[in-house]
Design a protein. Structure first.
Length: 130
C-alpha cells in the first residue's frame, strides 16, 4: 500500500511540475491565492514547476528501484515549499478560506505525506536514512 501511495505522490508532483512549466498562465489564473502574491512571472512559475518535476522524478526513482533515500531527497523541495506556505498562512492570521484549503490539499498533504511514506518504506526496507 505504501509503495502505491509513494507512486501516486511521485506522479502528483511530477504532473504538477509539468503543468506549471507547460501552462504557467493557466496555473496563475486558476490556482486560488496565486494572484495574491503578485503579477504573473513566467520565470518564477516555470522554476517552481521544474522543482516540482525534479521532486516527482526523485520520488519515482526511489519507488522504482526501492532506494527510498532517493525518495526522501525528493521530499526536500515539497517540504520547504510547504513550510513556506505554512508561514504565509500563519502570517495571514490563520483564515479558513479557499486559499487555505488549496494549500492544505495541494501543498501540505502531498509534501508531508511523501515524507512519511518514504520514511516508512525506508524503515521497512531495513535501511536507515543517510
Amino acid at each position: 500500500m505504501y509503495r502505491h501511495l509513494l507512486l501516486f505522490l511521485a506522479l502528483y508532483h511530477l504532473f504538477t511540475g509539468i503543468q506549471m512549466f507547460v501552462m504557467p498562465q493557466f496555473f496563475y489564473d486558476t490556482v486560488p491565492g496565486v494572484q495574491m502574491l503578485g503579477p504573473f512571472n513566467l520565470h518564477f512559475i516555470r522554476d517552481a514547476g521544474l522543482s516540482y518535476a525534479a521532486a516527482g522524478l526523485l520520488l519515482a526513482w526511489g519507488w522504482r528501484h526501492r532506494l527510498y533515500t532517493w525518495s526522501l531527497a525528493g521530499t526536500l523541495w515539497p517540504l520547504f515549499h510547504a513550510l513556506f506556505h505554512l508561514h504565509m498562512w500563519l502570517a495571514r492570521g490563520l483564515p479558513l478560506d479557499l486559499v487555505a484549503a488549496v494549500n492544505l490539499i495541494g501543498i501540505q498533504l502531498p509534501a508531508w505525506g511523501a515524507l512519511l511514506v518514504a520514511l516508512r518504506l525506508q524503515r521497512a526496507a531495513g535501511r536507515a536514512p543517510v
